[in-house]
Design a protein around this ligand. Structure first.
Ligand code: G6P
Length: 366
């Protein structure tokens, strides 16, 4: 009811603003990195695995796509990510040494549960879930688990569940890296420090809300939008586009920025806003040249720029600068302004934000 909402208009807004606490709670019992964070016997399993297969749906699938970048670069373990409803029905090549990781807020999504059972029926017994509900079917079915502490998520569009999933998956990456000899004590300490700084860092991003509200008024008049990211920020662009679709009903698509020239550039006109998730990494220069390609066609850019980039606002280029540079955790921080953009755009269009048409919070039947 209204009392629970406090100063917020919708559960989604409340849940976006709960992220600093949700992340802090998710990290609460983490004193150091070890496989046992994922349950008894995790060390033996982590020692045995030679690859990771992530299975999930919806927003949870995009958390999995993000984790692939971390797992391959930091834990150096080959990782594939698959939509659960595809995996369960196709012929794949089972590997008993694969760690099967499901990601699910509810722990009850029918496709994800069926995909897990399918993997087990193929002889894959090393199973782990990153899940927000400790009493769920998924936690019962998996050998190992990391329980995120996002608290109850009521808004159909997932927000705090996603960012806490990313925290759980980052911990999984560190634990696998450690088991495989790719994480020394100094690196462990650095990563823990960055993780513990996350709640404060997210709080600073939430303070960008007034600037994002100003953008949302323009977005609310559009019928299409394009989201671009590269590397770790490509899955975040996908998540940003999904949020916008789900609650504002604006058609949105995300592309890795380098693919722009292979198709979507044809769609770019002044009627198509292009949201760019632009971190200050080695790929920034390439992203800037993609941006030039859009500008030459009258496209209007909305850039979430990292704190130390040189991109400036100018005609047709709107820039919101992120408060800090976040390194490996940048993907988590860049998620937050995209959630706010979708939220305020939907509010400006007057949609039913917490209960978007045709969608359910948890899809427990196929
Ligand atoms: C539904 C929800 C999404 C969610 C997806 C997967 O489609 O509307 O927000 O991402 O299910 O749910 P899960 O509980 O498995 O993460």
């Amino acid at each position: 009811g209204a009392a629970e909402l406090g100063p917020y208009r919708h559960y989604m807004q409340k849940e976006i603003f709960e992220q600093p606490v949700a992340i802090a709670n998710t990290l609460d019992s983490v004193e150091g990195i070890s496989p046992e964070l994922f349950g008894d016997g995790a060390y033996r399993i982590f020692k045995d695995v030679d690859s990771v297969l992530i299975l999930a749906c919806g927003t949870s699938y995009y958390a999995g796509l993000t984790a692939k970048y971390w797992l391959e670069s930091m834990a150096k373990i080959p990782t594939s990510v698959e939509v659960a409803s595809e995996y369960r029905y196709r012929d794949s090549v089972p590997n008993p040494r694969t760690l099967v990781v499901t990601i699910t807020q509810s722990g009850e999504t029918a496709d994800t549960l069926a995909a897990l059972k399918h993997a087990r029926s193929l002889g894959m017994e090393h199973t782990l879930t990153v899940c927000n509900v400790s009493t769920s079917a998924m936690v019962r079915e998996c050998r190992l688990a990391y329980i995120t502490r996002a608290g109850a998520e009521i808004g159909v569009a997932s927000t705090k569940a996603f960012t806490t999933q990313l925290v759980g998956l980052f911990l999984l990456t560190l634990a696998l890296a450690q088991t495989r000899g790719h994480l020394n004590d100094e690196q462990e300490a650095e990563h823990l420090k960055a993780l513990r700084h996350l709640p404060v860092a997210v709080q600073a991003v939430l303070a960008l809300e007034p600037q994002i509200i100003a953008w949302s008024e323009e977005f609310a008049r559009k019928e299409n939008a394009l989201f671009l990211g590269r590397g770790l920020h490509y899955p975040i662009a996908l998540e940003g586009a999904l949020k916008l679709k789900e609650i504002s009903y604006i058609h949105a698509e995300a592309y890795p920025a380098g693919e722009l020239k292979h198709g979507p550039l044809a769609l770019v006109t002044s009627a198509m806003p292009v949201v760019t998730v632009a971190p200050n990494d080695a790929l920034l220069e390439k992203l800037k040249s993609n941006i030039q390609e859009v500008r030459a066609r009258g496209g209007e850019l909305f850039v979430f720029a990292d704190s130390d980039t040189k991109i400036e606002s100018e005609a047709g280029v709107h820039v919101i600068r992120m408060p800090e540079h976040y390194g490996a955790l940048s993907a988590i921080l860049h998620t937050v302004p995209l959630q706010l953009l979708a939220y305020h755009t939907a509010c400006a269009r007057g949609t039913d934000v917490d209960k978007p048409r045709n969608l359910a919070k948890s899809v427990t039947v196929e």
